[in-house]
Design a protein around this ligand. Structure first.
Ligand code: PMP
Length: 394
């Protein structure tokens, strides 16, 4: 039966990360996948998570099935966390716990493809390496546009062209409002306001991906763009990941929220999402969502978690400032890194240099030059910069 199965190449980013894992040379620096590292280079479990987990272990009395929608305290707490108080009361239409941010995107994609089979989904590239693949897997018609200019900055004109000319009423637009992966170069407030106006005017459906909440400016400011959209659009779909800002990567915790001004029957919408989840995985895992729900609803733990997120943001900010102070690294002008947000920036190095750094010096970055800023710290940042300068000069 399966004799002629073709081999599918693994995700290029994951294969570079695996290559880095197998490399045991001294001085190795893995800047590939988006896993937070603290100033000592570790990815520790949050203290707030540890406390919540021990309380759960003590008090958990059953491992019976959850509902398809997941843990209710988690769903309510996430809606309270990311929507404005007014939107939680008036404009929250549905919330479903998902398997991380990827699960939220995939559930949203399937829902959109079932209900809007003729719609195009517009995705600006470069983007998170899995976005296009997930949406195609959901049978959506993906069209891309250049989100970055050839010189590196964000290409607002290209997005405006999509919103005002190319997209048809009912099309979907996938946007990252904060901490853009891979560039770290977010739309300004003025640009976002214009984007929102055009989305409404053109009758488009925004699908918003938030995977780095709190790592941009702070937990509150990082949500202002989302709130603008929810308050002005008929429907906004929000894919939320708890992987980074709770450090729960492997526990697969996320949510799909639908919010907006629509008159849709929330129960009908919720039932549609639940039906898709039911045939996919029946119900999500409990542990991570119970943990997040407990943290967000226990004031002491919530404060501790907020402090932990703040310290991650501060580390990223410091690394950005220190890198940008070099002004030029090899052929790359790095001054704008200081004003970027989130875990990533791009070093537009030629592929030959990226390969040389990888093979000769054990410095691993994505093929497109994206680096995980959290992996840099005072023990390795100067050597990293000096090495690129040296390799480039030769
Ligand atoms: N969206 C973006 C922009 C991401 O960068 C990522 C993961 N790094 C995800 C979604 C998926 O997150 P998760 O690991 O929670 O599935």
């Amino acid at each position: 039966f399966l004799d002629d199965l073709p081999f599918l190449s693994p995700d290029p980013l994951l294969s570079v990360a695996q290559q880095a894992e197998r490399d045991h040379r001294i001085g190795k620096l893995d800047l590939t996948i988006g896993v937070y590292k603290d100033r000592s280079g570790q990815t520790p479990i949050f203290k707030s998570v540890k406390s919540a987990e021990s309380s759960l272990v003590q008090n958990e009395i059953t491992k019976s099935y959850l509902s398809t929608e997941g843990v209710p305290t988690f769903c309510n707490a996430i809606a309270d966390l990311i929507l404005s108080p007014h939107d939680v009361t008036c404009n929250r239409l549905a919330t479903v716990q998902t398997l991380g941010g990827t699960g939220a995107l995939s559930l949203a994609g399937r829902f959109l493809s079932d209900n809007f089979p003729e719609s195009v989904i517009w995705i600006g590239t470069p983007t998170w390496s899995n976005h296009v693949a997930v949406m195609r897997q959901c049978d959506l018609n993906v069209q891309t546009y250049a989100r970055s200019l050839p010189t590196g900055g964000r290409n607002f004109a290209a997005l405006m062209d999509v919103l005002t000319h190319k997209a048809r009423r009912g099309d979907i637009i996938l946007l990252q409002p904060i901490c853009h992966n891979p560039t770290g170069d977010d739309w300004s407030k003025a640009e976002w306001d214009e984007i929102t106006v055009q989305i409404v005017k053109a009758g488009l459906l925004p699908l918003v991906d938030i995977a780095y909440h709190g790592l941009g400016q702070d937990l509150a400011s990082d949500l202002t763009r989302l709130h603008t959209l929810v308050e002005q659009t008929d429907v906004t779909l929000v894919c939320y990941s708890c992987s980074k800002n709770f450090g729960l990567y492997r526990d697969r915790v996320g949510a799909l929220l639908v919010a907006g001004q629509s008159n849709v029957q929330p129960q009908a919408l919720q039932s549609q999402l639940a039906a898709i989840a039911r045939t996919n995985y029946s119900m999500p895992p409990a542990h991570g969502a119970l943990t997040v729900g407990h943290i967000l609803t226990t004031p002491v733990l919530r404060q501790q978690w907020e402090n932990e997120v703040e310290s991650m943001q501060a580390h990223l900010h410091t690394v950005r400032t220190q890198l940008a102070a070099h002004k030029q690294i090899g052929p790359c002008n790095v001054q704008t890194i200081a004003t970027g947000r989130g875990m990533f920036c791009m070093l537009p190095l030629p592929p030959t240099i990226i390969m040389l750094l990888r093979n000769e010096y054990s410095i691993y970055m994505a093929d497109n030059g994206r680096i995980n800023l959290a992996a840099l710290n005072e023990n390795n940042l100067l050597q990293f910069v000096a090495l690129i300068d040296r390799v480039w000069a030769n």
